[in-house]
Write a protein that binds this ligand. Sequence first.
Ligand code: ATP
Ligand code: NCN
Length: 374
Amino acid sequence: MLSAIAPRTCCDPSSQVLMLGLSRIVLTLCPRFSRYRPWDPSSACRRWYRNQSRAPIRGLVLPPQRGASTRSSQWAQNCISNRNSLHLRSWFSAEAMEKSDSRMEVVLLATGSFNPITVMHLRLFELARDYLQGTGKYKVVKGIISPVSDGYKKKGLVEGCHRLAMAQLATENSDWIEVDPWECSKKEWTETALALRHYQQQQISTDNGEIREKKSGCRKGQKRKRNHICQDVPDYNCPESKAPPQVKLLCGADILESLGVPNLWKPEHVNEIVSSFGLVCITRMGSNAQKFIYESDVLWKHRHNIHLVEEWITNDISSTKVRRALRRGMSVRYLVPDSVLDYIKKHDLYNEESEEKNSGLTLEPFLRNSENPQ
Ligand SMILES: Nc1ncnc2c1ncn2[C@@H]1O[C@H](COP(=O)(O)OP(=O)(O)OP(=O)(O)O)[C@@H](O)[C@H]1O
Ligand SMILES: O=C(O)c1ccc[n+]([C@@H]2O[C@H](COP(=O)([O-])O)[C@@H](O)[C@H]2O)c1
């Protein structure tokens, strides 16, 4: 932190003396501080003089650089908490405090048919976010809806472009839930573990990209260590270090229970989902998620990574029931957003004929797993 602010303030001899004294106070009070940012004020001044072409504004106290090491900020802040000298407090702006937020950032990924998307699908995200943030340990930064590919071959599954369009309409008023066409635009069905890997990688790339853009970067010899999926430990030696958001699978309890259906999910994928990513599961009528976790060895082992969210305002809206009502000419208003209903009507999406799609075909996961038995 000091090396970040020093070049701006130690531009004249009196400031140099000031900064030298200040650094001694901080280093004396906090020997640990020197481990993170060893700093020699006089050489910093010399470097600064060499690099600057124009004189800085004297007396201007600037906040620390964005991304200054969280730990060093906290240490320095502790060190000066009882000293009101030199406007130091102003350096610890709201921005710096925000940096010290130690909550794990989470992206919630919901996969499924969304045939069609219902208000309950949207509620899943709200419930999950409330729950996770209520623990004080997580900050939910984004929700992603990833409609399944037509290659999933579920009975009654209408074309991906329509399911995608409906999901986009349904989320247009949300400022944190997005729809991603990655799965849906593929001809072949994608296993959920692979979708999770893809979205996690996307978070890591975005995160690295942002850090490159910020450019202040790590100094020579300070490599960014966290390039692996799901590594949550920030690299405190790098000032810009903050773990990329962790992608977690968001689902209803029926999906959790489906993990136990023979030949539907690959055991190694189930293990990967609960060990490397994590599950946020919303209770659903007719399912007993707690019992299911208790009875499964792998889920029990990773139960700390499975968040069960109780839906107290229970309802059992399902896409199947919405399609059934539509086939029968009954109202589904308020079960799906109005814009989605308009879209369904405009394209006459759900009728006797559409329900027969993929009829008699085997669901792709069963087919794949029987071709390549474990
Ligand atoms: N009422 C609900 N309560 C809890 N979870 C739900 C509910 N409706 C849907 N979900 C969850 O939403 C995700 C996407 O579901 P999907 O697209 O299969 O909808 P669905 O309503 O379950 O469809 P279907 O009736 O065809 O099974 C799944 O994880 C599913 O468990
Ligand atoms: O990855 C797997 O092995 C796997 C096996 C079965 C189902 N899934 C996913 O789970 C979701 C189930 O959606 P649905 O509409 O059949 O409830 C869908 O997104 C599938 O891709 C995933």
